[in-house]
Write a protein that binds this ligand. Structure first.
Ligand code: PLP
Length: 340
């Protein structure tokens, strides 16, 4: 038995999803001719109460397209130092968008809006003008934490007052929607652009979307092509994405409950506080443990439990569609032996 808890991206398409892919009506999406892609884009735009959306091959590309929409070359993006857009996207904002990035100290999902507001540099001064702010919902390095709706509203008010754009890296925004019961359209109303992902926890093999205004998404189409993200008969992938949205969003509550049970099972080892586990991510703080994260991951893998070493002292366990109760029990027993 192998329990793969490295990421919620390791899921395999279900039989129903494969059937939807096999029977998808397709066309050449670069010509705008793929009805399944077009339908998915309209559907996702509607879910978030926006005018338009664009299908992209990955979350990274969707984020980077969106950042180029909200910040001009030489403009500044503010984000957390633990944000995916600055930590894991390999300098793409600077390299591809010419965007200057300034970060606030890592707080995960616990944003300090006043501190962010104090960082804003308006144009008209001899400094790089701030163009946009990016936040992450749910927060990956922040242990799957959920930014409260009230905090996002405060941040929107700050952005409006300073004429800044707000981007949401919503790779796991579905998880926030399920955990806090906030309608997706309520999140959508607060952001100029969102990137949302179909292959993290929802079980689709490929695909993210950029969501925004009709004008921005028309520009996004050009940027996507420039980045090499124009795909042809992409309806096969869009069909999987639509299937994921129709069948795998509500069930995320099961993943959240299993993640909580996993955290409760590991809590006696002093590496995780179950109260902080709100969604499907379980971070293990190994600062007081006798092993570091790479050692723990290697030893656990030898015993059939795969986990991710995110930082030297931080391991991450992710619950998803392909992990059942038995897998959670197995992970608790293997990690208990290794951390005891
Ligand atoms: C919060 C967040 N944003 C963006 C991405 C990037 O997605 P992709 O791996 O599809 O490029 C990830 C990937 O794990 C993520 O966790």
């Amino acid at each position: 038995m192998v329990v793969d808890l490295r990421s919620d991206t390791v899921t395999r398409p279900t039989d129903g999803m494969r059937e939807a892919m096999a029977t998808a009506v397709v066309g050449d999406d670069v010509f705008g001719d793929d009805p399944t892609v077009n339908a998915l884009e309209q559907h996702v735009a509607r879910m978030f109460g926006h005018e338009a959306a664009l299908f992209a091959p990955s979350g990274t590309m969707a984020n980077q397209i969106a950042l180029q929409l909200v910040a001009p070359p030489g403009g500044e993006l503010l984000a957390g130092s633990d944000a995916h857009v600055v930590t894991y996207e390999l300098g793409a904002a600077a390299l591809l968008g010419g965007i200057s990035t300034r970060t606030w100290a890592a707080t995960g999902a616990a944003l300090n809006v006043d501190r962010i507001a104090a960082m804003i540099r308006p144009s008209g001064f001899p400094s790089v003008p701030t163009a946009a702010i990016a936040v992450e919902q749910t927060h990956n390095l922040g242990g799957g934490g959920v930014i409260p709706l009230a905090t996002l509203r405060d941040l929107r008010a700050v952005a409006d007052a300073q004429h800044l754009a707000l981007h949401c890296d919503g790779a796991r925004i579905w998880h926030a929607h399920i955990a806090d019961g906030v309608p997706l359209a309520s999140y959508g109303a607060l952001f100029d652009t969102l990137s949302v992902c179909l292959s993290k926890g929802l079980g689709a093999p490929v695909g993210s979307l950029v969501v925004g205004s009709r004008e921005r998404i028309a520009r996004a189409r050009v940027i996507r092509k420039r980045m090499g993200g124009g795909m042809r008969q992409a309806g096969i992938l869009a069909a999987a994405g639509r299937y994921a949205l129709d069948h795998h969003v509500e069930r995320l509550a099961e993943d959240h409950a299993r993640a909580r049970r996993l955290a409760e099972g590991l809590a006696p080892l002093g590496v995780v506080d179950p109260e902080k586990v709100r969604t499907n991510l379980v971070p293990l703080d190994l600062t007081k443990a006798s092993v570091d994260a790479p050692e723990l991951a290697a030893e656990a893998a030898r015993r059939g439990v795969m986990i991710a070493a995110m930082l030297p002292q931080l391991a991450r366990l992710v619950v998803h569609l392909d992990v059942d109760d038995e897998g959670i029990d197995e992970a608790i027993s293997v990690l208990t032996v290794l951390l005891a």
